[in-house]
Structure formats: C-alpha cells, structure tokens
Design a protein around this ligand. Sequence first.
Ligand code: ADP
Ligand code: ADP
Length: 228
Amino acid sequence: MTALEISELAKDYVDSYTGDQVTAIGNVSFTVEEGEFVSILGPSGCGKTTVLNIIAGFVEQTSGVVKVGGRVVDGPGPDRGVVFQSHALFPWKTVLGNAVFGLRMKGVPAAQRRATALEYLDLVGLAGFENKYPHELSGGMQQRLGVARVLANEPAVMLMDEPFASIDAQTRRKLQDDLTRVFELRRPTVFFVTHDIDEAVFLSDRVIVLSRRPSRVREIVTVDLPRP
Ligand code: ADP
Ligand code: ADP
C-alpha cells in the first residue's frame, strides 16, 4: 500500500524584503510505501524542509497534490506526526506527560495511553525517565522522547526534519543505531529530511536526491565493511 503520494508539487515564496518571487521547489513527485523509510537528501536551500512542511500541512503548496493513505490533505492532521530538529517538547510536562499528550488528543482512554506511552518510552531507551522533565534530559534523550511521542501516535506517515543535526557526533551514532532497531521492529512509514549523505544511506530503504543540476548517477552501491 502507498502511504504517501506526492504529485508535481511546487512552491513559490515571495521574498519579504525584495518582493521577488522565489521558486523553492518545482515539479517534485514521489511515493512512499507503507513501512518504508525514505530520505530526501540535498544541499542546504534546495527545498527539503519546504517539501516536509507542505506534507505536514504547515505550508501551502503553490501547485501539486499530497495524498496520505489515498486521501488528499491540506493542513495539519493526526495522520502525520512530526519530529523537529529542536525538540518542541512541553517543558512543563514530564516525559510521560509529553508522551501521552498526542494519545489524549486522539481520545485514547487514560489507562491505555499510559501503557502505550510507557511501551514506546521503553523502546527508545527512556524507561525509568517517565517522571523527569525535558530540561533534565540530554539533547539526545530529548530527541528520543520526540521520536517516542510520535511513534506512540502511530501516524500514517512520520516526518523527520534533520532530527539529529544538533546532536554531537558520537551521541548521534548511538541514537541512529538504537532508533534503526526500533524502526525495524515497528516499521513506521518515515519521510526523513537530511543534508548528510552518510545519515541518508545508513538509515534509509530509499533515498531521493533533490538537485538543481541534472544527475548522472545510474546506481549507488553500498558496501558493508566490518565494524572497527
Ligand atoms: P532546505 O530545507 O533544503 O535547506 P528550504 O526548503 O528551507 O531548503 O528552502 C528552499 C528555498 O526556499 C531557499 O531558497 C529558501 O531561502 C526559500 N525559502 C524557504 N522558506 C521561505 C520563506 N518562508 N520565505 C521566503 N523564502 C523561503
Ligand atoms: P490522566 O490525565 O487521566 O491522568 P494522561 O493520559 O493525561 O491521563 O496521563 C497519564 C499519566 O501521565 C498520568 O498518570 C501522569 O502521571 C502522567 N502525566 C500526564 N500529564 C502530565 C503532566 N503534565 N505532568 C506530569 N505528568 C503527567
């Protein structure tokens, strides 16, 4: 089943200083199948976040269609969950309070949302941290919570915008390893924005490259070397 279908998406912004029209993206089409992890890769400014923000419903496209589960979407909805680069957690809520929030919005009964939230906190390695507050967690831990909170809601499509960009290299590698295991276990449908080719290759089933120059690549081969 196709989870996400993007057809001929285009977006022009009007520059607020000059009043000029800026074409951020034009003619972007792709699909993401259920359970697939797809990255969109490209240099800064090529329009990756614009694509994600349109899918999320935060930004309106100039033309083109976004379908989630076969349904045309316009505007945000609970069928799309977003993990941001900065954590966007509720600072006044505990880890558990943050993790149950979306489930409460969905009308899941209290006992069940607690159990579901705890299950996902455990999966991402936050067991025992339920009663801490976000400021008591490291950046990597906060991002684990950001992921658990979205996974717990089981959205049709999980959108991630450079979620590991502000985390130091060593923590990031561990986080990627751990979350890859969770994703392989639960198989969420993920649309992942990154400018980091290693990250895209390491995490994804499929990579979409956004490029303003004609691409000559016919095939990319990855060779798995033994770990040091
Ligand atoms: P990326 O995520 O690949 O870095 P973006 O989607 O953020 O790219 O930006 C694509 C292009 O659109 C850039 O040229 C950027 O300057 C422009 N852009 C993005 N958001 C706005 C905005 N709100 N107003 C005007 N131009 C914008
Ligand atoms: P209820 O509001 O019926 O207790 P919730 O699903 O909102 O159910 O919360 C489940 C658990 O999460 C609660 O038992 C509570 O311990 C914790 N929790 C929820 N919101 C907060 C919060 N703002 N601060 C701290 N803990 C919270």
